[in-house]
Design a protein around this ligand. Structure first.
Ligand code: 5GP
Ligand code: MN
Length: 334
């Protein structure tokens, strides 16, 4: 993969560009993609953003989100958008399989493929890019990319809002170890450019329906198990709970962090039966590497302290497999 600066000459003339992100995008995937979208459009390119799946309602305030094509509900339009595309920008994921049903269409493309990402161990299929695992968010990398190309005059309020949102959520509101001076310098710059940050916190964190809170209460009371001998807490959510509380995409985000707030807990796992598959979210504090854990046991990956995976076994069998994996890692969890 060549350094991303080398695409500069390619961007000197108008191009047909598609920007895409991982399935079930979070605020960083959506924020970095939309920041890139606004930037490239301002530079005169023809840009379309495709999300492999739908995305949570609490991201619908993001400038440009109305124009995002959902590959699941607008498949024909999205396939048409890929026709004749000259550059594909892949944001906030490191392997095409993270784009789910969109993957075969992306694999077929003969165009220039650009990666902007901060996950561990990217696959080798990208022509140009940045893979910086020390970056707190992909949105931060988009911000730095714009600067590296000498285009910071394009950073307007739309771009600032998208970048701030992605970085705010991926740093746990600026508290994780990844919240470097580099992050704070960027935020200072965005504030000086006129960003109103409190509006973004409200739009993302104070914008849920009552049922989500009741679901959280129910889950903490009835679905949580704590294993003090291995410093681990888990929550296994049956599909019937998702139905009962009428949960929407994104409503389970952040739930895993409650588990990590218990004193002494080093590993937290949220295990959700999504009907078609079981999804697992892992978080850790300190030196337990959940990227390796997710890769080894649950076909997943991510970051050192935040990762995810999947299982095609039923929920209870997945929980048993998790507990076995937990015991195999007992020493590392002390
Ligand atoms: P979350 O638990 O919030 O869904 O994901 C945490 C982190 O792990 C994110 O950075 C996400 O991109 C990554 N991740 C989640 N699920 C998977 C997966 O199935 N495969 C890979 N490679 N990464 C994942
Ligand atoms: Mn991210």
């Amino acid at each position: 993969m060549k350094p991303i600066e080398e695409i500069k000459p390619l961007l000197d003339s108008p191009k047909k560009v598609v920007v895409t992100m991982h399935q079930k995008p979070d605020a960083d995937a959506m924020g970095s993609s939309l920041a890139m979208y606004h930037y490239l459009r301002r530079k005169g390119h023809d840009v379309i953003v495709i999300s492999p799946t739908n995305f949570p309602d609490f991201l619908k305030w993001m400038p440009g989100s109305d124009n995002v094509l959902d590959f699941e509900s607008a498949q024909e339009k999205a396939i048409k958008a890929l026709d004749g595309v000259e550059m594909l920008f892949c944001l906030d994921f490191n392997t095409m399989s993270r784009t789910k049903n969109l993957e075969p269409y992306l694999d077929k493309l003969q165009c220039v493929k650009v990666l902007v990402d901060h996950h561990l161990e990217p696959s080798p299929e990208f022509d140009y890019g940045i893979s910086d695992t020390s970056a707190a968010s992909t949105a931060l990398l988009v911000y730095e990319f714009i600067y590296r190309l000498g285009d910071e005059h394009y950073i307007d309020n739309d771009i600032s809002q998208c970048i701030y949102a992605g970085t705010m959520t991926d740093t746990g509101s600026f508290r994780f170890a990844s919240t470097s001076a580099r992050v704070h310098r960027m935020v200072a710059d965005l504030l000086e450019r006129g960003l109103e940050h409190e509006y973004i916190h409200q739009a993302i964190y104070d914008n849920f329906l009552e049922n989500r809170l009741r679901f959280i209460g129910h889950s903490l009371l009835n679905r949580m198990e704590v294993f003090y001998e291995t410093n681990t807490a888990i929550m296994a959510i049956p599909y019937s709970d998702l139905k009962r509380f009428d949960l929407q995409t994104g409503d389970t985000e952040g739930l895993v962090n409650f588990l990590l707030s218990i004193q002494g807990i080093k590993l937290a796992a949220l295990i959700i039966d999504r009907n078609s598959e079981v999804k697992l979210s892992f978080r850790s504090k300190g030196n337990f590497d959940v990227n390796t854990f997710a890769r080894k046991y649950f076909e997943g990956g991510g970051h050192f302290n935040a990762s995810g995976g999947r299982s095609t076994d039923p929920l209870d069998k997945t929980v048993q497999r998790f507990l076995k994996a937990m015991h195999e890692n007992e020493d590392l969890l002390q």
